[in-house]
Ligand binder design. Structure first.
Ligand code: EPU
Length: 302
């Protein structure tokens, strides 16, 4: 495959960035991942459609990423074209209706709606990630989740056709939506419905949630957020902690001492290190508690 030629064609047709052989560790919060054959950062809908056209014509696999949190990219990288949506940043806030480009990051969005005295998105104020990714995995914190604020999403199929999914059609449940594990749709825009609230209350809640994150979760070393989903009526962090796994290390990947459901990259960790640690934790928790921990992180590439 002549990726150089494809990159040239992409550069001609796309306004956004196009990089050849791009190390994905620069695009994941874990700072882990080998190179993508091609990375495109589109700046509008037409850019995405052009990229899909070119990818389809050359029969390239297509992978979509957002802010790079909650994903573990393989050391061997990702074949084909990776489309990163962080430059889709259009934002309209009108009364309680919010129309947000999929690439907007949640802390930014939470701050923007705070300025408009809208309540409902405070839970997301310290969740690192884009609003598009947050819908796909129904991100949540403090007992609330995207499901409670999403009205509908604009999606695109891999042929470039646009359609909409309502909240109901997204079929949300804990860390799940109908778009999860489906690689054939791209979230382009997210429509939220929020309600007017008291500015001081919204500010205070946002502040408390940011403090919570600082106190309870590790921020010093790169990580991918919660590694495992909480099993029904229990907490992955508590279970992992109870088997003595805090501090376990494989290569440069280490189970956080602060919160056992986080795996830290101490510097130069490989996806292999993380995967080995994930398996070790799963085995021990299964052996001691009989519980099968299911990863929350999404594995890409290889
Ligand atoms: N716990 C331990 N040891 C630990 C960590 C936690 O015993 O090392 C105990 C805590 O004491 C607490 C319980 O486990 O009793 C739950 O812990 P915590 O309150 O930290 O919440 P969590 O269930 O681990 C969830 C989300 C987080 C979200 C927080 C705050 C999941 C998998 N995680 O964590 O989301 O920020 O609640 O609401 O649902 C994420 O999804 O990436 C994420 C960070």
């Amino acid at each position: 495959m002549d990726y150089k030629k494809i990159a040239e064609e992409l550069r001609e047709k796309v306004k956004g960035k196009v990089n050849l052989n791009e190390p994905m560790n620069l695009h994941t919060t874990w700072r882990i991942g080998g190179a993508a054959d091609l990375l495109v950062i589109p700046c509008n809908i037409e850019d995405i459609q052009e990229s899909l056209n070119i990818a389809n014509r050359n029969q390239l696999p297509i992978t979509i990423v957002g802010g790079g949190s909650n994903i573990l990219v393989h050391d061997l990288g990702i074949r084909g074209i990776v489309i990163k949506l962080t430059d889709l940043k259009e934002l309209v806030i009108e009364k309680g209706f919010v129309q947000a480009g999929a690439g907007i990051n949640l802390p930014y969005l939470a701050h923007a709606v705070e300025k408009n005295s809208l309540t409902g998105l405070e839970f997301a104020t310290a969740i690192p990630g884009t609003v598009g990714g947050a819908v796909i995995m129904n991100a949540g914190a403090h007992g609330e989740q995207m499901a409670s604020v999403v009205e509908k999403v604009m999606i695109m199929d891999l042929q470039g056709n646009i359609s909409y999914l309502t909240n109901k059609e997204l079929d949300f449940s804990y860390r799940y939506s109908s778009l999860r594990n489906k690689n054939n749709f791209i979230v382009i825009q997210v429509f939220l419905k929020l309600v007017p609230g008291d500015l001081e209350n919204i500010r205070r809640k946002n502040y408390l949630y940011r403090q919570f994150r600082k106190e309870k979760q590790p921020l010093k070393y790169p990580n991918g957020g919660s590694v495992f989903k909480n099993p029904p009526h229990d907490s992955a962090g508590r279970l992992i902690d109870s088997v003595g796994a805090k501090g376990w290390q494989v290569g440069k990947a280490k189970v956080s001492e602060k919160h056992a459901n986080f795996i830290l990259n101490l510097g130069g960790a490989s996806s292999k290190d993380v995967l080995e640690l994930i398996e070790k934790i799963q085995q021990k928790v299964k052996e001691v508690h009989g519980v099968e921990l299911e990863p929350e992180v999404i594995f890409l590439g290889g």
